[in-house]
Design a protein around this ligand. Structure first.
Ligand SMILES: *[C@@H]1O[C@H](CO)[C@@H](O)[C@H](O)[C@H]1NC(C)=O
Ligand SMILES: *[C@@H]1O[C@H](CO)[C@@H](O)[C@H](O)[C@H]1NC(C)=O
Ligand SMILES: *[C@@H]1O[C@H](CO)[C@@H](O)[C@H](O)[C@H]1NC(C)=O
Ligand SMILES: *[C@@H]1O[C@H](CO)[C@@H](O)[C@H](O)[C@H]1NC(C)=O
Length: 415
């Protein structure tokens, strides 16, 4: 309807009154057009019908054109109009009386009004303002109440004096609040604000106005306004109670919907599965379970995040990823494996040596008692020969004797 109107309007604007055979009929512009600031980034346009306008039997309307950060153009039968717009760059608007008759269009001349941009030195206003909202469950046991928090960050203007202090306000509908919890930069200037709870409704639509002004002894700080689409800046909470289990190579993951005023069917999820070998998989799902397969060997980490689906509102932000949970086989780091293998080998070797010593009674010969100077060279040669015996032989010997002398070994090693 609006684009259609604009096209027609463009075509008819130049033709104007020529199309009307009744040349005596003239449209007169509205009177006493004013722009009144009614809130943060909010103005009320007001005008009066021209008292000299012949009103009988005709269907008068007004055509409003707004020239601000965003141009707007619309028709109305009312004599006032509310408008949300940023005001730090000034604001101007025009209005005129219009009349549609059959398919012809007639318009009066324009009347304009303007609000100058607020004073301030260039480069002193904040830059890079970003805001996000988040919903938390209220602490009421039986009532499902939610509270919405707001977090904004910005940077000080590059030419803002060191003593500059910034102040942030938000407006949601008719509610306006000033920030009370600021974070500061190294020069002690406020550069972030946190509202733990706001007047913002947890399923809000529409726009959030944010105004940041400031003061300094050395300069006038230029204020800054920004309008945010509330749905676009809302960051859902991560999914809750993420669990996962593996059965062989079957991996099944479950979670619960995030804390939110939106019901379960409003959520979409992304599941991220990865392991230390660089394996990485991200999958989308609209249910709160996900089944996958694994190699059955590695250990996996799993994270899930959520967003409100376009079914329930305009696509907004993704939540943060949930805390990683781990499933699958313990995969020991290399050094641990080495240590275990080394210890096992050492144990085995000492066991075999002990066994051999015991069986062939080499112990006293290898470690002769201190006052025994008669140990002969011959015995030592035998010992050396046994040690040189092939590994297969040694193993067989060890195994064949393990049943019987095992107790003995234990006994003797206890002494
Ligand atoms: C316009 O404003 C003036 C002064 O406030 C007032 O006298 C006049 O009646 C107004 N005109 C209309 C059409 O309301
Ligand atoms: C601030 O915004 C400008 C333009 O939008 C960008 O180039 C710049 O990198 C941003 N600065 C920081 C610190 O984010
Ligand atoms: C519930 O909320 C109120 C107001 O925010 C707070 O003072 C109180 O400590 C909270 N109680 C619990 C149990 O969290
Ligand atoms: C900042 O804006 C608020 C809200 O419009 C106003 O009450 C306050 O006086 C302003 N402060 C400065 C320093 O301009």
């Amino acid at each position: 309807m609006v684009p259609a109107f604009l096209i027609l309007f463009g075509a008819f604007e130049t033709l104007q009154t020529d199309l009307f055979p009744d040349k005596k009929f003239l449209l007169l512009p509205p009177m006493n057009f004013t722009i009144q600031v009614t809130g943060l980034a909010q103005v009320l346009l007001h005008w009066e019908p021209n008292p000299d306008q012949d009103q009988k039997n005709i269907n008068l309307k007004y055509h409003v054109k707004i020239n601000a950060s965003q141009e707007e153009d619309y028709e109305t039968r009312n004599t006032q109009s509310k408008c949300e717009t940023t005001l730090h760059q000034g604001f101007s608007a025009r209005v005129r009386t219009i009349l549609w008759r059959d398919s012809s269009f007639l318009a009066s001349s324009w009347v304009s009004a303007e609000r100058k941009s607020p004073p301030g030195s260039p480069g002193t206003s904040i830059v890079n303002l970003t805001c996000t909202t988040n919903t938390a469950a209220g602490n009421y046991t039986n009532l499902k109440l939610y509270q919405v928090s707001l977090h904004c960050t910005w940077l000080a203007g590059k030419d803002a004096p060191e003593d500059t202090q910034y102040f942030l306000y938000y407006r949601y509908g008719a509610w306006t609040e000033e920030c009370r919890e600021y974070n500061k930069d190294t020069l002690n200037r406020n550069t972030a604000c946190w509202f733990p709870r706001t007047f913002i409704h947890s399923k809000a639509r529409g726009r959030l106005a944010v105004h940041v002004n400031g003061s300094s002894k050395h300069a006038t700080i230029k204020p800054f306004d920004q309008l945010f689409d509330i749905q676009a800046i809302d960051q859902p909470n991560p999914p809750m109670n993420v669990t996962a289990e593996t059965e062989g190579s079957h991996l099944s993951i479950q979670w619960e919907k995030p804390v939110s005023a939106f019901p379960s069917h409003c959520f979409e999820y992304e599941v991220k599965i990865y392991n230390t070998n660089g394996y990485y998989q991200v999958e989308k799902t609209t249910t709160s379970t996900f089944i996958s397969t694994t190699d059955g060997v590695s250990k996996y980490s799993i994270q899930v995040r959520a967003t409100v689906s376009p079914q329930c509102r305009a696509m907004g932000l993704w939540s943060k990823w949930s805390q990683p949970i781990h499933v699958g086989n313990e995969q020991q780091p290399m050094s641990e494996w080495l240590l275990i293998t080394l210890t096992a080998t050492l144990c085995f070797v000492s066991l075999i040596s002990l066994l051999l010593c015991r069986i062939y009674r080499l112990w006293p010969k290898l470690f002769p008692p201190v006052p025994a100077p008669k140990s002969s060279i011959k015995d030592l040669i035998v010992a050396t020969n046994w040690e040189k015996a092939g590994p297969n032989e040694t193993e067989i010997e060890a195994i064949s004797y393990i049943e019987e002398p095992a107790f003995e070994i234990l006994e003797s090693s206890a002494f």
